[in-house]
Design a binder for this molecule. Sequence first.
Ligand SMILES: [Fe+2]
Length: 412
Amino acid sequence: MAQTHVETSDARYSPKLITLDQDRRILEVVWADGHVSRFSFIWLRHGLFFPSLGRPEQASNAWCLLPELPDVAIIGSVQSENGLIEIRWSHDNSVTQHDPVWLRDNCTSIEARRARQPRPQLWTGADAARFDWFEAVELEDPVTRLEILRHVRDRGLAFVRNVSVEPGTVMDIAGYFGPVRRTHHGSLFNIRSLPEDRQGPRVNIGATAANAQAPHTDEGFRHATLGIMLFHCLKPDPSGAGASIFADGIAAAEALRQSDPEAFDFLTTTSLVQAAERNPEERFRTRGRIIATDCQGVVRGIKAADRTLPPVDLPEDKIEPAYQALRAFLAHLYAPERIFEKCLEPGDLVIFDNQRVLHGRRAFDPDAGERHIQQVSIDREEFHNVFRQLAEQLGRFDLANWEPDAGVLSHA
Ligand SMILES: [Fe+2]
């Protein structure tokens, strides 16, 4: 085994000892803080081809941007050069240079990879009642915005108060977090109650009505369903009714896993149709799982909307299990302890992940006066792109270096 000693000063990012194991094709780095990374030769070799790692001139004429087969790429020697780890490849005499900071931040050990993938922090209604609220004026501060992004990533929601009640302000606020998504509803959606005789065609989706709405996620009938939602209260119901409801759907799915593993397995492995044909401009249909898990089995997204679930399209022997599983999940979604309920004040704004957090409302009297909330959404990938950019700008590489799972689009 060849060994190289490297002199640097920063413990976490300082390679103390580098060893080549030619038999296993592994470059082992012992860092000054004691952590050990084992980098596969072929993984390091990939750095020569991946344009984001800063060597586009080497890759520009290449047709294939993947490295050779693993048993072809052989490291001849390794040394420290201007704070970088320089590798000489014996099979083609090429040289690659590797930033120790990048290597350590992308260490492929089980524990390092696990630490980079934050798991959802589950919450109950009582927990949510204790969550801190951000002030609108703080949105100017990028550090606060990063905190909001982190709250949405980890808890699925964040609260802001004292936002201007000028109609359309929610579009400006959304601009801090990513481009607003446009759908057949347009970009800005009004949830604005009207007296019964004037409720119009939107009454069938509750936008102009005053009926209670059980906790649900929005628009599961889309293949790429809505991601991050912003609800901005302009006018609450004057009678003090019509409270908004939020619930942690991932916590409900985890509770289902415990109480009824069969139902959990069914909903994580069976595709069900969701559809919306409520108005002439809607002929949406898609098929997908109600609970999406990642490759480690962690719940990463849910679709929870009984009103967009038509009679299930499954073989006969799966039909009763489907309804049993759906009812078992709904029982957890609707559990009173899961619900955070609040009459939003003028200027309150809630940012939440529609693929995790359910929303709903209590009934109110539309004749008591107008209740008006404005709503926009941002695609999850755009939101997380802003998150990583901001984290990087603020030097929070621990927050920048992770990937969200694909949410309800993910497949185990
Ligand atoms: Fe909704």
